[in-house]
Every structure is written in C-alpha cells, then in structure tokens.
Design a protein around this ligand. Structure first.
Ligand SMILES: NC(=O)c1ccc[n+]([C@@H]2O[C@H](COP(=O)([O-])OP(=O)(O)OC[C@H]3O[C@@H](n4cnc5c(N)ncnc54)[C@H](O)[C@@H]3O)[C@@H](O)[C@H]2O)c1
Length: 240
C-alpha cells in the first residue's frame, strides 16, 4: 500500500504532485492551509484522496496530518513537504516577523511533518520523504534572503536526516525547482518573467507536472540509490 501526504497541495506544484501520485496508485492526503483549496483538489482526484486542512508550521496540525492518513488509508509511506510561500524584501527592510514566518513554514513545517511520520517509517523499515526546496536555496535570490535561507535549510535538513535514517529503510531527498508556472510565479510581472525565461538555457519556465515527475521518480523504487540528493528540474538555470 502506498499512502502519500502532500503538503500545500491546494495549488501549483503540490496539486500536480497529488494528481501524479494518485494516478500512480497512491492514496493521497491533500493538505493545504486553505481548507477550500485542499477540499477542491481532493475532490478533483476522487476516491483515492482526502483533504486535511492545516498549517504545517503548527505541531498539532502536522501531527493531525499523519493521524488522518493512518485513519483513512493506513500509515504514511510517502511524505512530500511542498507547502510554501514567497515574499520579497530588501534585506534592510526585511521585517523579523516575515523572516520568522518564512522559516516557520519552510524549515519548521518540514521538520514537524517529517517528525510526525518518521517513527512509523522506521518501525516498518520503509519510507520515502521528498522535500521541495528551490534553486534559490542553492544560489540565493535578490530580495530573498529569508526565502533562500529557509530553502537552504531544507536542503541541509534533507542531507542530515538522510545520513541518519537511510540505513533504517527511509530515503530522504530534496527537489530544487527553477521557475515554474504556478500562481506563486504568475504574481510576478510579465517583464520579469519574460526576461527570466529568455535567460534560461531551455528558454522557458517549467510546468508543475514536470516537477511532479521528478517527485514521482524519487518516490518510486527506481530511485533506490538516491539518498540525500537534491534534484534540479530548473530549465538549466542552475548546473551543479
Ligand atoms: N513556482 C516556482 O517557481 C517554485 C520554484 C522553486 C520552488 N518552489 C516551491 O514549490 C512549493 C510550491 O510552490 P507553488 O509555486 O506551487 O506555490 P503555490 O502558491 O501555487 O502553492 C503553494 C500552496 O501551499 C499552501 N501553503 C502555504 N503555506 C502553507 C502552510 N503553512 N501550511 C499548509 N499549506 C501552506 C498555499 O495555500 C498554496 O496552496 C513551495 O515550497 C515553493 O517555495 C516554487
């Protein structure tokens, strides 16, 4: 049985991941902090999905996700930490509250959700965790110290936990997308998007389904040798 939790699945990349995993036979817990969005996507997917609203930065909500999965389908076998938001500010204008919220959602949320599902995965000696970072966690983004730092934290946490638990049957990896056509990026100006696309080796932004394909691979047994890696579906923007 394959039981996946996808956080922030009410839109964009998370929605595409939830659909892709459902098509591959997973039962899916569709999480989002916007209850109506979680419900809508679970309904789109149909019988293999349930909606569980919650804010991943809250310990009780993260625990509830794992419990809801167990109750509906059985223990969580695959966790995709995707929930996130973007916010831009010059470093000296960055409000500490915005800095804290960025780390609360991305770093703490990823930590709490991994913490909620890991004990069961270790007992069963089987599990997969995929954390959605960003290429900006690798190269940094202008006016994005807090976002870049939080995404770099996700990459570091992924590597550290992978070292700790891979021998116990749990594979932990990260995905660091480049610019992807989602509501998050569509909020930026046409000029910015056109200039950015022109500078990409591939000449275009990615689509959510293309990131979902990378996640589906990492979730699959085909990725058995991938441990603590950060894969980059990024149109060639960053080459490491
Ligand atoms: N779109 C891109 O170009 C891009 C590039 C690199 C990384 N990413 C990352 O991919 C992930 C998905 O981004 P997207 O582009 O699909 O954005 P999106 O705004 O379309 O979707 C993000 C979803 O996460 C939900 N969410 C936000 N905070 C949450 C929280 N605390 N708890 C639960 N749900 C929460 C939102 O309600 C929203 O539905 C994010 O982590 C983002 O940082 C996106």
């Amino acid at each position: 049985m394959k039981n996946a939790i996808v956080t922030g699945a009410g839109s964009g990349i998370g929605r595409a991941i939830a659909h892709r995993l459902a098509r591959e036979g997973y039962n899916v817990v569709v999480n989002d902090m916007r209850p109506e969005a979680a419900g809508e996507i679970a309904e789109e997917i149909g019988g293999k999905a349930i909606a569980v609203a919650g804010d991943v930065s809250l310990e009780a909500d993260a625990s509830r996700l794992a419990a809801a999965c167990t109750e509906a389908f059985g223990a969580c076998t695959h966790l995709v930490n995707n929930a996130g938001h973007v916010h831009q500010a010059r470093f000296l204008n960055l409000d500490p509250a915005d800095f804290d919220r960025m780390f609360a959602v991305h770093a703490r949320g990823t930590y709490l959700c991994m913490r909620a599902v890991l004990p069961g995965m270790i007992v069963r000696k089987q599990g997969v965790i995929v954390n959605i970072a960003s290429q900006l966690g690798q190269i940094g983004g202008v006016d994005l110290v807090h976002y870049s730092g939080a995404k770099a934290a996700i990459i570091g946490m992924t590597k550290a936990l992978a070292r700790e638990v891979s021998a116990e049957g749990v594979r932990v990896n990260a995905v660091a997308p480049g610019p992807i056509n989602t509501p998050l990026v569509m909020a930026l100006s046409d000029d910015w998007r056109n200039a950015k696309a022109a500078g990409l080796p591939l000449g275009r932004f990615g689509e959510p389904d293309e990131v979902a394909a990378t996640v589906a691979f990492l979730c699959s047994p085909e990725a058995s040798l991938f441990v603590g890696q950060t894969l980059g579906p990024n149109s060639g923007d960053v080459m490491l």
